[in-house]
Design a protein around this ligand. Structure first.
Ligand code: ZN
Length: 502
């Protein structure tokens, strides 16, 4: 009996290992598509990706998987934690895909791909009406899928759960309500402050070669291992990995502005270090990757904001930056620190500062929730979008491109994804609180250019667990508490009031 289980587990791991190999091939092709692929290769590449994705789909929904699930159905209690979660995951993926009739799914793939193309055109022409009929179809299918998948409480819960297991509307209404109120109140205080801060120091002449070298120096200090990864350039920065030994970061340089590329490199470095630190022992289990989008964002934002926008970080790195860029010759630490924490309510999420960023997410969350529950229609989106921007941020888009059309997420039906970004902020501050208890001198170390303490702490508490624990379990294990906004709001208030009101 025990031998039976052992043999079957080996078989499952070999099977999952094969799926992982296929995934690595898909990731690498996709990375290449976004970085170095010649323009004319698009059609050929798309067809290769479609073929491999179809193979992947077949493997995850095969009879073989059904057989594995069936075999272990009465033996789960005999398994250790990792094996149990592995089988659980296999089953969840299998059930989720099997619940959607195959023809429905194939119809949707075509609809989503047309919708993505329509979104691109609509954004370029700043015309929502081009995108509207496609988005209506996408939403219709998403709603139908929810009915196939089933839901508890709120329909939107099913979509949220795909990106952040355990997160529900019931929880997010509280979390995001507190965040919204807390940030809006703090923003009012900042707006009323007489302190004038400028980020002009970041514009000027910043040679791209120097930016690249500086990014690499920062990433190396952070602990990103260039023997197991690379930094390249793409239109939108991202991180992809082919396992822990091959993690690809990208950034995007602007010769006349330095903060954008720099913060992107640090952000993606946070994602990359997470993946590099996943242990080899999780190969072939399906658990050898970051557990969720929210936890992933907690790592990238931890490095980008909590570390990369701290005074201690720049105590060490400003003198280094001065070696690369003559523009910083006369810049003082205070000037730099204030500039990199400059707050300004704006229209575009990806360019938002640390404080107002979460408001952009909360707006999207509220809209998605209403849309999925049929309280608003697709045709209402531009109006509702603009109203919420006015209300929460005090700014109003002058056209659809800088409003409702700015993000790609809805075009392929990624509803439920946006909240992860703001959850990352919340988790990150909870982790910071615990890190400071464990290592009270951590920011002193950072000011000396020593980031090992941060790296080791995150590795030990977050990275090495891969996807063994759910986000809920992980944050509880690390901090002893459930997700809550207390620490993030405290962090924001302390930091931004001291910058803006002293
Ligand atoms: Zn990210």
């Amino acid at each position: 009996m025990i031998l039976d289980i052992k043999e079957k587990l080996d078989e499952v791991k070999k099977y999952i290992g094969d799926i992982e190999k296929l995934e690595k091939a898909i990731e690498l092709l996709y990375w290449d598509m976004k970085t170095y692929m010649p323009k004319k290769a698009l059609d050929s590449r798309t067809s290769v990706l479609e073929y491999l994705s179809d193979q992947q789909f077949k493997l995850t929904t095969s009879e073989k998987v059904a057989e594995f699930i069936d075999f272990f159905s009465d033996k789960m209690n005999n398994l250790d934690l990792i094996d149990r979660v592995m089988i659980d995951n296999l089953k969840r993926n299998y059930d989720e895909t099997k619940k959607i009739p195959k023809d429905k799914y194939l119809e949707y793939v075509v609809i989503a791909s047309k919708s993505e193309a329509a979104w691109e055109e609509a954004k370029e022409k700043s015309d929502f009406s081009i995108f509207k009929p496609h988005l209506e179809k996408v939403v219709e299918y998403q709603k139908e899928f929810i009915n196939y998948w089933g839901y508890e409480g709120n329909k939107y819960n099913t979509l949220l759960d795909k990106y952040e297991r355990g997160i529900t509307v019931e929880k997010l209404d509280i979390i995001f309500g507190e965040l919204r109120d807390g940030i809006v109140e703090l923003l009012k205080k900042i707006n009323n402050s007489n302190k004038k801060i400028s980020k002009d120091i970041f514009t000027g002449n910043f040679p791209i070669k120097a930016q690249e070298e500086f990014s690499i120096e920062v990433l190396k200090k952070m602990g990103f291992n260039f023997d197991c990864g690379r930094l390249d350039v793409s239109v939108h920065p991202f991180t992809l990995d082919m396992g822990n030994s091959d993690v690809r970061l990208t950034t995007h340089y602007y010769e006349n502005e330095i903060s954008s590329a720099l913060l992107s490199s640090i952000h993606e470095g946070g994602h990359g270090i997470y993946e590099q630190n996943i242990p080899d022992s999780l190969d072939g289990t399906g658990l050898g990757t970051g557990v969720s989008m929210g936890i992933h964002e907690s790592q990238s934002r931890f490095y980008e904001n909590i570390i990369g926008r701290s005074k201690e970080f720049w105590t060490y790195f400003l003198p280094v930056a001065k070696k690369y860029f003559k523009e910083f010759k006369d810049t003082t630490l205070d000037e730099f620190y204030e500039a990199i924490n400059y707050v300004e309510p704006s229209l575009i999420r990806t360019e938002a500062d640390e404080l107002t960023y979460s408001l952009h997410i909360i707006i999207r969350y509220e809209i998605e929730k209403s849309l999925i529950n049929g309280e608003i229609e697709v045709s209402d989106l531009p109006r509702v979008w603009n109203e919420k921007y006015k209300e929460y941020l005090g700014v109003e888009p002058s056209n659809d491109a800088e409003g409702v059309l700015q993000d790609t997420h809805w075009s392929d039906g990624s509803f439920g994804y946006f909240p992860s970004y703001a959850l990352g902020n919340v988790y990150g501050a909870q982790m910071l609180n615990k890190l400071l208890q464990d290592k009270p001198n951590i920011f002193k170390e950072i000011s000396q250019g020593n980031l090992n303490g941060v790296y080791e702490w995150l590795k030990e508490n977050v990275h090495k667990h891969g996807s063994i624990y759910t986000p809920e379990e992980l944050i509880k294990n690390i901090t002893g508490e459930e997700i809550n906004t207390k620490y993030f709001l405290e962090y924001l208030n302390k930091k931004y009031l001291s910058i803006y009101t002293n």
